[in-house]
Ligand binder design. Structure first.
Ligand code: PEP
Ligand code: MN
Length: 358
């Protein structure tokens, strides 16, 4: 990956490149672990060192962070490696302590962004302070909550503000620890185009082997940087062991990422692209026409069921459609999860249409 200096966001004014790389352990565990990791990261493209000092654990009993005693370790990291340092704050007391030790950048975690009281408390503690703050998405896929978190911190007068996309939790996920739901981050970027958008692939993937692919997707979507959990001995980590990678693996990942240009000025590129886009537009119109015909038939079925006083939802039929489209998708080389989602949406709309037929 080629790292460039560009004028994109306030990150550039701090002398940070594009894409910016934030790396370091999920948690600061011991002074030795923090410093060893930071020294190894110094030889990678890392710009900012991360470590959780206070850890919000979903269930009690896990490692809850070393607390204030870890903050001088972060200062040592900055002194010895020249890296900037960042940690998570979850309340006013954390903010006060992080400021006392002059932590360069603060971030608000996903379990805090969900709580407007907590975010407001942090915003109040930040009034009159000139510190960069990064707001992670809330654990649930609620864009308004994420926007609200950003707005509260912005209202405190913080100008160096950014967001971190770490994915969204759901009851069961197959491939991700937290589903990316890319469209939510893209929507947020539409509302706040000047905010740097950083990807945290570690919490999205929950495992090591998919970090590169997910990070490449973010670059293709024009993200401004990454926050990646990195540990000298990941298997021994006190939190999030499965997803942490070594500094040398981080180096490889960064080398393998491909930065794509926004566009190409080559005439043939534009010509070819226009042809493809015309084809897509035609197909989209075709899809709409098919959906319209399908809904017309649903209306007829609705009438028929109404006349015969038959219930609208026939669950066996619902299962049958989903299963057959799922199987068809596989045969055609389409993503089965995607096709199932589409047919669920079509079926729900079809039931609505049937209910509304008079
Ligand atoms: C973390 O960064 O280690 C963390 C707790 O992340 P999140 O708030 O995204 O769960
Ligand atoms: Mn973590």
């Amino acid at each position: 990956m080629e790292i460039t200096k560009e004028n994109r966001t306030w990150l550039d004014n701090l002398g940070l490149p594009h894409p910016v790389v934030i790396a370091g352990p999920c948690s600061a565990e011991t002074e030795e672990q923090v410093l060893k990791t930071a020294h190894e990261l110094k030889d990678t493209d890392t710009n900012i060192f991360r470590a959780g000092i206070w850890k919000p654990r979903t269930r009690p009993g896990g490692f809850e962070g070393v607390g204030e005693k870890g903050l001088p370790w972060m200062q040592r990291v900055r002194e010895e490696t020249g890296l900037m340092v960042t940690t998570e704050v979850g309340n006013a007391d954390h903010v006060e302590k992080a400021l006392k030790y002059d932590i360069d950048i603060l971030w608000i975690g996903a379990r805090t962004t969900v709580n407007p009281f907590a975010v407001q408390e942090i915003a109040d503690a930040l009034k009159g302070v000139d510190k960069p703050v990064l707001v992670k998405n809330p654990v649930n896929p609620d864009l308004a909550l994420w926007l609200g978190g950003v707005e509260r911190i912005k209202s405190a007068g913080i100008n160096q503000l950014g967001v971190i996309h770490r994915g969204f939790s759901s009851y069961k996920t197959l491939n991700y620890r937290n589903k990316p739901k890319w469209h939510i981050a893209i929507e947020l970027k539409k509302e706040f185009p000047d905010l740097p958008l950083i990807l945290d692939p570690s919490h999205i993937c929950g495992r090591r082997d998919t970090i590169l692919d997910v990070s490449q997707t973010a670059l293709d979507l024009n993200y401004d940087g990454f926050m990646i959990e990195t540990h000298i001995t990941p298997d021994d980590a006190w939190s999030d062991a499965k997803q942490q990678i070594t500094p040398s693996r981080l180096k490889e990942i960064i080398e393998d990422l491909v930065i794509r240009k926004q566009s190409s000025s080559k005439e043939t590129f534009q010509q070819k692209l226009n042809i493809y886009r015309d084809d897509l537009d035609k197909l989209d119109n075709h899809l709409l026409a098919i959906l319209k015909s399908r809904m017309d038939i649903s209306e007829q079925i609705g009438l028929l069921k109404r006349t015969e006083n038959v219930a609208i939802l026939q669950s066996a039929r619902w299962e049958e459609i989903l299963k057959s489209m799922h199987d068809e998708a596989k045969k055609k080389g389409l993503n089965q999860e995607f096709i199932t989602e589409i047919f669920k949406a079509i079926h729900v709309e079809s039931i609505k249409t049937q209910q509304q037929t008079k």
